[in-house]
Design a protein around this ligand. Structure first.
Ligand code: GLC
Length: 429
């Protein structure tokens, strides 16, 4: 089986966005006065949680003259980015607040498409997990406020593992494979595959490839921001995925899976193990007939090659479009969504990862939501994807290399050597 997935990329190029790929407008939009009050819009990827409108209703009922209207974009992160980039290059005021994937900050800030936010305008900033706040910074300045975080989790069929005599979730890829072999002997396992993540050619593949590389001890980009993906460790990570598809541990269909397709496969009882984000917990637990696995699964940290795996750091920051009207309303609304009360209300309904540290340590919530402890560990141990202005090109190169290797079009060696060359030309230090 392949293993598990995921992972992360990592790249750690961190350092608040100093990627050196200085293309245009390297300074970022300067803080303006955040003035103007009135109606605003919120542009976001498709709300798979189903709870966002409730959150907006809570704001709208107490702000009748400053209502927020939801503008839903596609489900796929790359398609969302494309629409936001188009909107920005047209200097349109159609989107006021942007729900930005954590990996877009450098590009949007460097191009001055989003407004710098003075830190003293965000009173709760110090209460949020520091790694999530870092994702909203470019060259040490703040351009957004983290509203949800994300860390990869291993969902597994506890009922079937127990029946097969396995008491603990696997910590390594080999243990996961061995568990699959044991469960395969049960009649219930007929038609099930061992494992899946998200292997369609889109941002989720960058996440899963990076997680595989990082979980085998490799990096995509090292701690100084330099690409270093042509290594035995990175190869071991990519090979786990390639071999999983070859042996059938990962079903062929997984090459078309994004988050939702893989969630449905798990909910339909087709997978023993699934790498996915925390939002799946709530949906897969529904007892309205939509999930065949409610009450039958549990979550654990991602497995790795020789021990615990490493997640890619995901999540979303709310930013203000530079071309928006009513920026005073926009920052108030963002602070409302960032508040502990709203984040608590959201986790109670959706199982999305909050960014408030205190919510992970709340005993009542932990009792109610057993995924909180592995989720906290996943987020605190997660690796950021490269923080570069040319992120769109960087992720496209990663997706191309990983997809070709998974489809057997290139060998893992060739894919990684080509990727290293491409990343070196895109990320110049
Ligand atoms: C989730 C994560 C985001 C990631 C995306 C990939 O939405 O929060 O960071 O890029 O999945 O599909």
């Amino acid at each position: 089986m392949a293993v598990a997935g995921s992972l992360a990329l990592l790249a750690t190029a961190c350092g608040s966005g100093d990627d050196g790929s200085s293309s245009s407008g390297s300074g970022g939009g300067s803080a303006d006065a955040l003035e103007g009050r009135g109606p605003i819009t919120l542009a976001t990827g498709k709300d798979t949680s189903g709870n966002l409108q409730n959150q907006l209703d809570a704001w709208n009922s107490s702000h009748p003259n400053e209502k927020v209207e939801l503008k839903e974009l596609p489900e796929d992160a790359d398609a969302q980015r494309q629409q936001m980039v188009q909107n920005a290059t047209a200097k349109s005021d159609a989107y006021s607040v942007l729900v930005m994937d954590v990996v877009w900050t450098s590009e949007f800030a460097a191009n001055q498409w989003i407004t710098q936010i003075p830190e003293d305008k965000v009173p709760d900033l110090g209460k949020l997990i520091p790694a999530t706040v870092e994702t909203a910074k470019y060259r040490d300045k703040l351009y957004g406020v983290p509203i949800t975080s994300d860390g990869g989790l291993l969902y597994y069929r506890k009922d079937l593992l127990t029946k097969a005599g396995v008491t603990d979730a696997p910590k390594t890829w080999d243990e996961m494979t061995a568990d699959c072999t044991k469960v395969a002997a049960l009649p219930e396992a007929k038609g099930m595959s061992c494992y899946a993540g998200q292997f369609e050619k889109y941002e989720g593949l960058t996440v899963n490839f990076s997680e595989a590389v990082n979980s085998a001890g490799g990096v995509v980009v090292d701690k100084d921001g330099k690409p270093n993906v042509n290594t035995p460790e990175a190869k071991a990570g990519l090979e786990e995925l390639v071999n999983g598809l070859k042996t059938g541990a990962i079903p062929k269909a997984a090459i078309t899976y994004k988050e939702e397709e893989s969630r449905r496969a798990f909910q339909d009882g087709k997978l023993l193990f699934l790498r996915n984000w925390p939002y799946v917990y709530g949906l897969a637990s529904k007892t309205d007939g939509s999930s065949k696995v409610a009450g039958k699964f549990a979550v654990a940290p991602l497995p790795g090659k020789t021990g615990a795996g490493v997640s890619s750091l995901g999540g979303h920051d709310y930013a203000i479009s530079s071309f928006a009207k009513n920026k005073a309303t926009a920052i108030d609304f963002i602070n409302f969504m960032a508040s502990e009360a709203r984040q608590k209300a959201n986790i109670e309904k959706t199982s999305q990862a909050p960014t408030w540290q205190s919510l992970y340590d709340d005993p009542t919530l932990n009792k109610q939501f057993p995924y909180l402890a592995p989720l906290k560990a996943s987020i605190l141990g997660a690796q950021p994807r490269p923080r570069v202005v040319k992120y769109g090109d960087v992720t496209a190169a990663i997706q191309e290399a990983a997809y070709n290797a998974l489809n057997g079009k290139t060998t893992p060696d060739q894919a990684l050597s080509d990727l290293q060359t491409k990343l070196q030309s895109l990320i110049t230090q």
